[in-house]
Design a protein around this ligand. Structure first.
Ligand code: ZN
Length: 340
């Protein structure tokens, strides 16, 4: 764990038996109906910042042996499921460029703002003349390194997209909330991608959000980015995998598998055989950034109306969430150097 982890939310306080007042709360709020105002976002961020800096805890003697299980327990799949239900049951089908996709982006940005982040929308055009957007936020780290946690929130019609990919979105949101008042070693960038799914019959017409995000990264940002995880479809199926196209650095996939093995999580490598990949790790991997896709498979309701929240398995979401959360929260200098 990060020994400088700071705590001021009920979930953190409960785990460490510390009572703290003044938390902004961990409840899930309904989507805002207006665009975010920059002033409102920075004001919220300021409040969170002052809370965070006023409550610092001393490092524990042996973080790996003593504190990591407690930190792992902080990940709450039921919070992730609240996001899944909102996206699938309230917003529903949200294909690239649609009003519903924008509504989902607003919901995500609204949640991040509640937790003190200052999210921004990254607009990008689609070849059919419409446009989509990513939602991007970050928690600043203590080093110059960066690490990206990503999940797409669009769907393939007519699916309500609970597992694909309300689950990945929910897990990344839950991790963003958990990290909202910590000082990670690497800056953690949360990217919620629009337009991941194919928009027509051309198998290359997908991953627009992640391709736009990578295209906008500076040379310095690419150099500083130690890794990227795409969390995509982690709520159903018998087999848990870390996947890559094997066309970029394989350090992150190896590290994730090793992390899983050390903690008794059954997880194996499976290649992503798509010519242009099957999830948002594609652009990062092709840019030479250590990238990996975490997935439970197969889901028979994939891209159908049957992909509802009630069909998602909370235990699968929990396993994937704990793997990603545990790995990311333990990302220190030694782990970053293994990725380089
Ligand atoms: Zn997906």
């Amino acid at each position: 764990m990060n020994p400088t982890l700071r705590m001021s939310c009920p979930v953190l306080a409960a785990a460490f038996a510390v009572a703290i007042s003044g938390c902004a709360g961990s409840t899930v709020h309904v989507a805002p109906t207006l665009e975010l105002s920059a002033d409102a976002a920075s004001a919220t961020a300021g409040v969170a910042e002052s809370l965070a800096t006023s409550e610092t805890f001393a490092p524990v003697a042996d973080p790996l042996a003593q504190a990591e299980p407690a930190v792992l327990d902080l990940f709450d799949a039921s919070n992730a499921m609240t996001h899944v239900r909102y996206l699938a049951d309230v917003v529903g089908d949200r294909p690239a460029g649609s009003v519903a996709e924008r509504e989902a982006a607003q919901y995500i940005a609204g949640q991040l703002t509640e937790w003190g982040y200052a999210p921004r929308f990254e607009e990008f055009p689609l070849p059919n003349g419409s446009s989509s957007r990513n939602v991007v936020a970050e928690r600043t780290g203590t080093s110059s390194y960066r690490f990206v946690l990503g999940a797409h929130f669009d769907t393939k019609s007519p699916s309500p997209g609970a597992n694909d990919n309300g689950t990945g979105t929910g897990v990344v949101l839950e991790i963003a909330q958990l990290l909202s008042e910590s000082d990670p070693y690497a800056t953690i960038e949360f990217v919620f991608f629009g337009a991941e799914e194919r928009i027509d019959g051309d198998p290359d017409h997908h991953h627009y959000g992640s391709r736009a995000r990578v295209a906008a990264m500076s040379t310095q940002e690419r150099t500083d980015t130690a890794g990227m995880i795409s969390v995509d479809m982690i709520g159903y199926g018998p087999a848990f995998h870390v996947r890559t196209m094997k066309r970029g650095p394989q350090t992150l996939s190896a590290e994730l598998l090793s992390y899983a093995t050390d903690r008794g999580i059954a997880c194996t490598f499976r290649i992503d055989p798509g010519a242009t990949g099957w999830s948002d790790h594609e652009a990062y991997e092709l840019a030479g950034i250590p990238a990996a896709w975490v997935e439970w498979r197969d889901d028979p309701t994939y891209h159908t109306v049957g992909d509802t929240a009630s069909h998602v398995r909370v235990d699968k979401v929990d396993t994937a969430g704990e793997l990603v959360w545990g790995y990311v929260t333990g990302l220190d200098q030694a782990r970053v150097e293994k990725l380089r």
